[in-house]
Ligand binder design. Structure first.
Ligand SMILES: Nc1ncnc2c1ncn2[C@@H]1O[C@H](COP(=O)(O)OP(=O)(O)OP(=O)(O)O)[C@@H](O)[C@H]1O
Ligand code: SF4
Ligand SMILES: [Mg+2]
Length: 382
Protein backbone atom coordinates (compact mmCIF):
# COMPACT_ATOMS: atom_id res chain seq x y z
CA UNK A 1 0.00 0.00 0.00
CA UNK A 2 2.91 2.37 0.67
CA UNK A 3 3.36 2.58 -3.09
CA UNK A 4 -0.22 3.70 -3.47
CA UNK A 5 0.25 6.86 -1.42
CA UNK A 6 -1.22 9.96 -2.94
CA UNK A 7 0.83 11.03 -5.84
CA UNK A 8 0.83 14.58 -6.98
CA UNK A 9 2.67 14.83 -10.23
CA UNK A 10 5.18 17.50 -11.12
CA UNK A 11 4.02 17.73 -14.70
CA UNK A 12 2.88 20.96 -16.27
CA UNK A 13 -0.05 22.82 -14.81
CA UNK A 14 -3.41 21.64 -16.11
CA UNK A 15 -6.18 23.39 -14.20
CA UNK A 16 -9.60 21.77 -14.22
CA UNK A 17 -12.71 23.32 -15.69
CA UNK A 18 -14.09 23.55 -12.16
CA UNK A 19 -11.69 26.26 -11.15
CA UNK A 20 -10.49 27.56 -14.48
CA UNK A 21 -13.07 30.31 -14.28
CA UNK A 22 -11.00 31.94 -11.56
CA UNK A 23 -8.55 34.52 -12.84
CA UNK A 24 -5.06 33.05 -12.57
CA UNK A 25 -3.02 36.23 -12.90
CA UNK A 26 -3.67 39.76 -11.76
CA UNK A 27 -2.07 42.36 -13.95
CA UNK A 28 -1.46 45.20 -11.48
CA UNK A 29 -0.36 43.67 -8.20
CA UNK A 30 0.36 45.83 -5.17
CA UNK A 31 3.76 45.65 -3.46
CA UNK A 32 3.97 43.80 -0.17
CA UNK A 33 6.28 44.28 2.79
CA UNK A 34 6.91 40.69 3.97
CA UNK A 35 8.07 41.71 7.43
CA UNK A 36 5.03 43.87 7.98
CA UNK A 37 2.68 41.18 6.64
CA UNK A 38 4.27 38.55 8.92
CA UNK A 39 3.90 40.88 11.90
CA UNK A 40 0.25 41.60 11.06
CA UNK A 41 -0.41 37.86 10.72
CA UNK A 42 1.21 37.04 14.06
CA UNK A 43 -0.73 39.81 15.82
CA UNK A 44 -4.02 38.64 14.31
CA UNK A 45 -3.27 35.02 15.21
CA UNK A 46 -2.37 35.93 18.79
CA UNK A 47 -5.55 37.97 19.15
CA UNK A 48 -7.64 35.02 17.90
CA UNK A 49 -5.87 32.65 20.33
CA UNK A 50 -6.54 35.00 23.26
CA UNK A 51 -10.19 35.52 22.25
CA UNK A 52 -10.80 31.78 21.87
CA UNK A 53 -9.18 30.97 25.24
CA UNK A 54 -12.17 32.48 27.01
CA UNK A 55 -14.83 30.98 24.75
CA UNK A 56 -17.07 28.47 26.55
CA UNK A 57 -16.52 24.83 25.62
CA UNK A 58 -18.88 23.43 23.00
CA UNK A 59 -21.28 21.24 25.03
CA UNK A 60 -21.90 18.93 22.02
CA UNK A 61 -18.22 18.27 21.34
CA UNK A 62 -16.28 15.27 22.57
CA UNK A 63 -13.10 16.86 21.23
CA UNK A 64 -12.37 20.51 20.65
CA UNK A 65 -8.99 21.54 19.37
CA UNK A 66 -8.14 25.24 19.40
CA UNK A 67 -5.07 26.69 17.68
CA UNK A 68 -3.05 23.51 18.31
CA UNK A 69 0.69 23.82 17.69
CA UNK A 70 3.40 21.20 17.79
CA UNK A 71 7.00 22.02 16.92
CA UNK A 72 10.03 19.74 16.99
CA UNK A 73 13.33 21.46 17.80
CA UNK A 74 15.91 21.07 15.04
CA UNK A 75 18.81 22.99 16.48
CA UNK A 76 19.60 24.01 20.05
CA UNK A 77 22.28 26.28 21.50
CA UNK A 78 24.67 25.07 24.20
CA UNK A 79 22.33 26.54 26.78
CA UNK A 80 19.40 24.55 25.36
CA UNK A 81 17.71 27.46 23.59
CA UNK A 82 15.85 26.34 20.47
CA UNK A 83 17.52 27.97 17.47
CA UNK A 84 15.37 26.41 14.76
CA UNK A 85 12.32 24.20 14.77
CA UNK A 86 10.01 22.24 12.50
CA UNK A 87 6.38 23.21 13.02
CA UNK A 88 4.60 19.93 12.29
CA UNK A 89 1.16 21.17 13.44
CA UNK A 90 0.46 24.85 13.01
CA UNK A 91 -2.61 26.59 14.43
CA UNK A 92 -5.14 23.82 13.92
CA UNK A 93 -8.69 24.16 15.24
CA UNK A 94 -11.74 21.91 14.89
CA UNK A 95 -14.62 20.36 16.77
CA UNK A 96 -15.67 16.73 16.79
CA UNK A 97 -18.98 15.57 18.20
CA UNK A 98 -19.57 12.30 20.01
CA UNK A 99 -20.13 9.42 17.58
CA UNK A 100 -18.66 11.28 14.59
CA UNK A 101 -15.70 10.34 12.42
CA UNK A 102 -13.27 13.01 11.32
CA UNK A 103 -11.11 11.92 8.39
CA UNK A 104 -7.73 13.65 8.09
CA UNK A 105 -6.08 13.61 4.68
CA UNK A 106 -2.95 15.08 3.19
CA UNK A 107 0.33 14.05 1.64
CA UNK A 108 3.06 12.26 3.53
CA UNK A 109 4.77 14.47 6.10
CA UNK A 110 1.94 17.02 6.38
CA UNK A 111 1.57 16.34 10.11
CA UNK A 112 -1.39 13.93 10.36
CA UNK A 113 0.27 11.51 12.79
CA UNK A 114 1.84 14.30 14.83
CA UNK A 115 -1.56 15.97 15.17
CA UNK A 116 -3.19 12.70 16.32
CA UNK A 117 -0.45 11.99 18.83
CA UNK A 118 -0.44 15.56 20.16
CA UNK A 119 -4.20 15.43 20.72
CA UNK A 120 -3.70 12.22 22.72
CA UNK A 121 -0.87 13.97 24.57
CA UNK A 122 1.64 11.37 23.45
CA UNK A 123 3.58 14.44 22.27
CA UNK A 124 3.52 17.59 24.40
CA UNK A 125 1.89 20.48 22.54
CA UNK A 126 3.58 23.87 22.13
CA UNK A 127 0.45 25.97 22.01
CA UNK A 128 -3.30 25.95 21.78
CA UNK A 129 -5.91 24.02 23.71
CA UNK A 130 -7.17 20.42 23.71
CA UNK A 131 -10.61 20.12 25.23
CA UNK A 132 -11.70 16.53 25.70
CA UNK A 133 -15.06 15.50 27.10
CA UNK A 134 -15.66 18.93 28.60
CA UNK A 135 -12.21 19.24 30.23
CA UNK A 136 -9.27 21.32 29.09
CA UNK A 137 -6.53 18.66 29.22
CA UNK A 138 -3.84 20.80 27.57
CA UNK A 139 -1.79 21.15 30.72
CA UNK A 140 -2.76 17.91 32.42
CA UNK A 141 0.13 16.21 34.21
CA UNK A 142 0.85 12.51 33.56
CA UNK A 143 -0.93 11.59 36.81
CA UNK A 144 -4.09 13.42 35.68
CA UNK A 145 -3.79 11.93 32.20
CA UNK A 146 -3.73 8.41 33.64
CA UNK A 147 -7.36 8.79 34.63
CA UNK A 148 -8.51 9.72 31.13
CA UNK A 149 -5.95 7.69 29.16
CA UNK A 150 -8.43 4.84 28.83
CA UNK A 151 -10.94 7.18 27.18
CA UNK A 152 -8.49 7.96 24.35
CA UNK A 153 -6.96 5.10 22.41
CA UNK A 154 -4.91 4.73 19.24
CA UNK A 155 -4.73 2.10 16.51
CA UNK A 156 -1.49 2.13 14.53
CA UNK A 157 -0.76 1.44 10.90
CA UNK A 158 1.47 -1.55 11.41
CA UNK A 159 -0.27 -4.47 13.14
CA UNK A 160 2.98 -6.49 12.93
CA UNK A 161 5.13 -4.35 15.19
CA UNK A 162 2.42 -3.14 17.56
CA UNK A 163 1.72 -6.49 19.27
CA UNK A 164 4.06 -8.04 21.86
CA UNK A 165 5.32 -11.30 20.30
CA UNK A 166 5.59 -13.26 23.58
CA UNK A 167 2.03 -12.72 24.84
CA UNK A 168 -1.00 -14.73 23.80
CA UNK A 169 -4.04 -12.92 22.40
CA UNK A 170 -5.78 -13.56 25.73
CA UNK A 171 -2.84 -12.01 27.59
CA UNK A 172 -2.65 -9.00 25.27
CA UNK A 173 -6.36 -8.25 25.63
CA UNK A 174 -6.55 -8.96 29.37
CA UNK A 175 -3.73 -6.61 30.34
CA UNK A 176 -5.51 -3.27 29.76
CA UNK A 177 -8.69 -4.74 31.26
CA UNK A 178 -6.75 -5.54 34.45
CA UNK A 179 -4.80 -2.26 34.53
CA UNK A 180 -7.94 -0.14 34.19
CA UNK A 181 -10.06 -2.50 36.31
CA UNK A 182 -12.76 -2.67 33.65
CA UNK A 183 -14.47 -5.76 35.15
CA UNK A 184 -13.92 -7.84 38.31
CA UNK A 185 -11.13 -10.42 37.92
CA UNK A 186 -13.61 -13.31 37.89
CA UNK A 187 -15.33 -11.90 34.77
CA UNK A 188 -12.16 -11.00 32.89
CA UNK A 189 -11.92 -13.99 30.57
CA UNK A 190 -15.60 -13.88 29.70
CA UNK A 191 -15.28 -10.15 28.95
CA UNK A 192 -12.25 -10.70 26.70
CA UNK A 193 -13.92 -13.57 24.82
CA UNK A 194 -16.98 -11.39 24.21
CA UNK A 195 -14.76 -8.59 22.92
CA UNK A 196 -12.94 -11.04 20.63
CA UNK A 197 -16.27 -12.18 19.24
CA UNK A 198 -17.30 -8.55 18.57
CA UNK A 199 -14.04 -8.05 16.65
CA UNK A 200 -14.44 -11.22 14.58
CA UNK A 201 -11.82 -13.26 16.45
CA UNK A 202 -12.57 -16.92 17.23
CA UNK A 203 -12.50 -17.97 20.89
CA UNK A 204 -9.67 -20.49 20.39
CA UNK A 205 -7.38 -17.64 19.31
CA UNK A 206 -7.26 -16.75 23.03
CA UNK A 207 -4.30 -19.11 23.59
CA UNK A 208 -2.48 -18.24 20.35
CA UNK A 209 0.41 -15.86 19.67
CA UNK A 210 0.47 -12.85 17.27
CA UNK A 211 2.90 -14.49 14.81
CA UNK A 212 0.27 -17.16 14.08
CA UNK A 213 -2.04 -14.58 12.47
CA UNK A 214 -2.36 -12.73 9.18
CA UNK A 215 -2.15 -8.93 8.96
CA UNK A 216 -5.94 -8.54 8.96
CA UNK A 217 -6.36 -10.75 12.03
CA UNK A 218 -3.57 -8.93 13.81
CA UNK A 219 -5.26 -5.61 13.11
CA UNK A 220 -8.46 -7.08 14.60
CA UNK A 221 -6.44 -7.92 17.73
CA UNK A 222 -5.10 -4.33 17.83
CA UNK A 223 -8.65 -2.99 17.46
CA UNK A 224 -9.88 -5.31 20.24
CA UNK A 225 -7.02 -4.15 22.49
CA UNK A 226 -7.85 -0.48 21.87
CA UNK A 227 -11.55 -1.09 22.55
CA UNK A 228 -11.02 -3.34 25.58
CA UNK A 229 -11.09 -0.30 27.89
CA UNK A 230 -14.31 1.16 26.43
CA UNK A 231 -12.72 4.33 25.07
CA UNK A 232 -14.63 7.38 23.90
CA UNK A 233 -12.16 8.58 21.25
CA UNK A 234 -10.06 6.36 19.00
CA UNK A 235 -7.33 7.77 16.77
CA UNK A 236 -7.00 5.40 13.82
CA UNK A 237 -3.66 6.20 12.18
CA UNK A 238 -3.71 4.63 8.71
CA UNK A 239 -5.28 1.46 10.18
CA UNK A 240 -5.63 -0.33 6.84
CA UNK A 241 -2.67 1.02 4.86
CA UNK A 242 -0.44 -1.96 5.67
CA UNK A 243 -3.12 -4.51 4.77
CA UNK A 244 -3.98 -6.38 1.63
CA UNK A 245 -6.59 -4.52 -0.42
CA UNK A 246 -9.02 -7.44 -0.05
CA UNK A 247 -8.80 -7.21 3.76
CA UNK A 248 -9.09 -3.44 4.00
CA UNK A 249 -12.86 -3.34 3.45
CA UNK A 250 -13.43 -5.94 6.19
CA UNK A 251 -11.47 -3.91 8.72
CA UNK A 252 -13.16 -0.65 7.72
CA UNK A 253 -16.58 -2.29 8.04
CA UNK A 254 -15.58 -3.71 11.42
CA UNK A 255 -14.57 -0.23 12.62
CA UNK A 256 -17.89 1.19 11.38
CA UNK A 257 -19.86 -1.59 13.03
CA UNK A 258 -18.04 -1.20 16.35
CA UNK A 259 -18.50 2.55 16.21
CA UNK A 260 -22.27 2.12 16.08
CA UNK A 261 -22.38 -0.56 18.75
CA UNK A 262 -20.06 1.22 21.17
CA UNK A 263 -20.82 4.88 20.36
CA UNK A 264 -17.19 5.57 19.43
CA UNK A 265 -15.76 8.78 18.03
CA UNK A 266 -12.95 8.38 15.49
CA UNK A 267 -10.14 10.57 14.30
CA UNK A 268 -9.34 8.64 11.15
CA UNK A 269 -6.03 9.42 9.47
CA UNK A 270 -5.48 8.14 5.96
CA UNK A 271 -3.92 9.01 2.65
CA UNK A 272 -6.62 6.95 0.90
CA UNK A 273 -9.38 9.36 -0.04
CA UNK A 274 -11.83 6.61 -1.01
CA UNK A 275 -11.55 5.09 2.47
CA UNK A 276 -11.91 8.49 4.11
CA UNK A 277 -14.95 9.24 1.98
CA UNK A 278 -16.57 5.99 3.05
CA UNK A 279 -15.97 6.24 6.79
CA UNK A 280 -15.99 9.96 7.62
CA UNK A 281 -18.65 12.45 8.63
CA UNK A 282 -16.26 15.37 8.53
CA UNK A 283 -13.00 15.80 6.64
CA UNK A 284 -9.92 17.90 7.31
CA UNK A 285 -7.36 18.50 4.57
CA UNK A 286 -3.84 19.24 5.82
CA UNK A 287 -0.86 20.70 4.01
CA UNK A 288 2.56 21.36 5.59
CA UNK A 289 1.18 21.28 9.11
CA UNK A 290 -1.84 23.50 8.54
CA UNK A 291 -5.52 22.83 7.89
CA UNK A 292 -6.34 23.99 4.38
CA UNK A 293 -10.00 22.99 4.39
CA UNK A 294 -12.40 21.43 6.87
CA UNK A 295 -16.07 20.55 6.69
CA UNK A 296 -18.81 17.97 6.39
CA UNK A 297 -17.99 15.14 4.01
CA UNK A 298 -20.78 16.15 1.62
CA UNK A 299 -19.45 19.72 1.44
CA UNK A 300 -15.82 18.72 1.02
CA UNK A 301 -16.55 16.21 -1.74
CA UNK A 302 -19.53 18.03 -3.27
CA UNK A 303 -18.14 21.54 -3.14
CA UNK A 304 -14.40 21.55 -2.44
CA UNK A 305 -13.23 25.14 -2.05
CA UNK A 306 -9.46 24.97 -1.75
CA UNK A 307 -7.25 24.39 -4.83
CA UNK A 308 -5.25 21.79 -2.86
CA UNK A 309 -8.38 19.80 -1.98
CA UNK A 310 -9.47 19.93 -5.60
CA UNK A 311 -6.08 18.65 -6.73
CA UNK A 312 -6.16 15.79 -4.21
CA UNK A 313 -9.66 14.78 -5.21
CA UNK A 314 -8.92 14.91 -8.91
CA UNK A 315 -6.39 12.12 -8.29
CA UNK A 316 -9.08 9.67 -7.05
CA UNK A 317 -9.64 7.02 -9.73
CA UNK A 318 -13.26 6.85 -10.87
CA UNK A 319 -14.63 3.29 -11.05
CA UNK A 320 -16.87 4.30 -13.97
CA UNK A 321 -14.74 4.13 -17.17
CA UNK A 322 -17.24 6.38 -18.97
CA UNK A 323 -16.54 9.25 -16.59
CA UNK A 324 -13.50 11.17 -17.80
CA UNK A 325 -11.65 12.67 -14.82
CA UNK A 326 -9.84 15.98 -15.22
CA UNK A 327 -6.63 15.53 -13.28
CA UNK A 328 -5.36 18.73 -11.70
CA UNK A 329 -1.63 18.52 -11.82
CA UNK A 330 0.45 20.50 -9.38
CA UNK A 331 3.90 21.93 -10.07
CA UNK A 332 6.93 21.83 -7.80
CA UNK A 333 8.10 19.61 -4.94
CA UNK A 334 6.54 19.64 -1.49
CA UNK A 335 8.52 22.29 0.43
CA UNK A 336 10.27 21.36 3.66
CA UNK A 337 8.04 21.78 6.72
CA UNK A 338 11.14 23.11 8.47
CA UNK A 339 11.06 26.08 6.12
CA UNK A 340 7.53 26.52 4.76
CA UNK A 341 6.89 29.14 2.07
CA UNK A 342 5.87 32.65 3.16
CA UNK A 343 2.31 33.78 2.59
CA UNK A 344 0.09 30.87 1.57
CA UNK A 345 2.20 27.77 2.23
CA UNK A 346 0.69 26.16 -0.86
CA UNK A 347 1.66 28.97 -3.26
CA UNK A 348 4.76 27.25 -4.67
CA UNK A 349 2.55 24.49 -6.14
CA UNK A 350 -0.77 26.23 -6.66
CA UNK A 351 -1.78 26.84 -10.29
CA UNK A 352 -3.84 29.87 -9.20
CA UNK A 353 -1.24 31.64 -7.06
CA UNK A 354 -1.27 35.42 -7.33
CA UNK A 355 1.20 37.95 -5.98
CA UNK A 356 -0.69 38.29 -2.70
CA UNK A 357 -0.38 34.51 -2.12
CA UNK A 358 3.42 34.81 -1.93
CA UNK A 359 3.32 37.37 0.88
CA UNK A 360 0.07 37.25 2.84
CA UNK A 361 -1.19 34.21 4.77
CA UNK A 362 -4.81 33.63 3.72
CA UNK A 363 -7.30 33.69 6.56
CA UNK A 364 -8.82 30.35 7.57
CA UNK A 365 -12.49 31.29 7.45
CA UNK A 366 -15.96 29.75 7.57
CA UNK A 367 -17.36 30.09 4.03
CA UNK A 368 -20.62 28.24 4.66
CA UNK A 369 -21.87 26.78 7.95
CA UNK A 370 -19.20 24.37 9.21
CA UNK A 371 -17.14 24.64 6.00
CA UNK A 372 -13.75 26.32 6.51
CA UNK A 373 -10.96 27.06 4.06
CA UNK A 374 -7.92 29.32 3.72
CA UNK A 375 -7.48 30.79 0.25
CA UNK A 376 -7.30 34.33 -1.11
CA UNK A 377 -9.41 33.38 -4.13
CA UNK A 378 -12.32 32.72 -1.83
CA UNK A 379 -11.95 36.14 -0.24
CA UNK A 380 -12.11 37.75 -3.68
CA UNK A 381 -15.26 35.84 -4.53
CA UNK A 382 -16.96 36.88 -1.29
N1 LIG B 1 9.80 13.04 16.57
C1 LIG B 1 10.02 13.88 15.57
N2 LIG B 1 11.09 14.71 15.56
C2 LIG B 1 11.30 15.58 14.55
N3 LIG B 1 10.50 15.71 13.49
C3 LIG B 1 9.41 14.93 13.44
C4 LIG B 1 9.13 13.96 14.47
N4 LIG B 1 7.96 13.31 14.13
C5 LIG B 1 7.57 13.85 12.96
N5 LIG B 1 8.43 14.81 12.54
C6 LIG B 1 8.31 15.63 11.33
O1 LIG B 1 7.05 16.26 11.37
C7 LIG B 1 6.48 16.32 10.08
C8 LIG B 1 5.11 15.64 10.12
O2 LIG B 1 5.30 14.25 10.29
P1 LIG B 1 4.08 13.23 10.45
O3 LIG B 1 4.65 11.90 10.72
O4 LIG B 1 3.14 13.79 11.45
O5 LIG B 1 3.42 13.31 9.01
P2 LIG B 1 2.26 12.39 8.39
O6 LIG B 1 1.31 13.33 7.73
O7 LIG B 1 1.73 11.49 9.43
O8 LIG B 1 3.06 11.58 7.28
P3 LIG B 1 2.80 10.09 6.74
O9 LIG B 1 1.60 10.18 5.80
O10 LIG B 1 4.07 9.77 6.00
O11 LIG B 1 2.56 9.20 7.91
C9 LIG B 1 7.46 15.63 9.14
O12 LIG B 1 8.23 16.60 8.52
C10 LIG B 1 8.31 14.79 10.07
O13 LIG B 1 9.59 14.62 9.54
S1 SF4 C 1 -4.17 31.45 -1.36
FE1 SF4 C 1 -2.95 29.61 -1.69
S2 SF4 C 1 -4.40 28.12 -2.41
FE2 SF4 C 1 -5.38 30.08 -2.67
S3 SF4 C 1 -4.88 30.74 -4.74
FE3 SF4 C 1 -3.31 31.56 -3.42
S4 SF4 C 1 -1.66 30.03 -3.46
FE4 SF4 C 1 -3.51 29.03 -4.24
MG1 LIG D 1 1.64 9.38 9.61
Amino acid sequence: MADEKLEISNEEVAPSEEISSVEAVDTAEPQYDDELEAKKYQEKKQAAIEADKNKPFDPDALLEVRHLRKAFPLKKSLTGKVLSELVAVDDISFTLKKGETLGIVGESGCGKTTMGRTILKLHPSNGGQIIFDGKDITNYKPSQMRQIRRDMQIIFQDPYSSLPPRSTVGGILSEPVQVHKIVPKSQEKEYVLELMDKCGLRDYYYERYPHEFSGGQRQRICIARALSVNPKLVVCDEPVSALDVSIQAQIINLLKDLQQKMGLTYLFISHDLSVVKYISDKIGVMYLGAMMEFGKKEDIFGNPLHPYTKALFSAIPNPNPDVKMKRIVLTGDIPSPANPPKGCRFHTRCPYAKEICKHVVPEYKEHEPGHFAACHLLDNEA
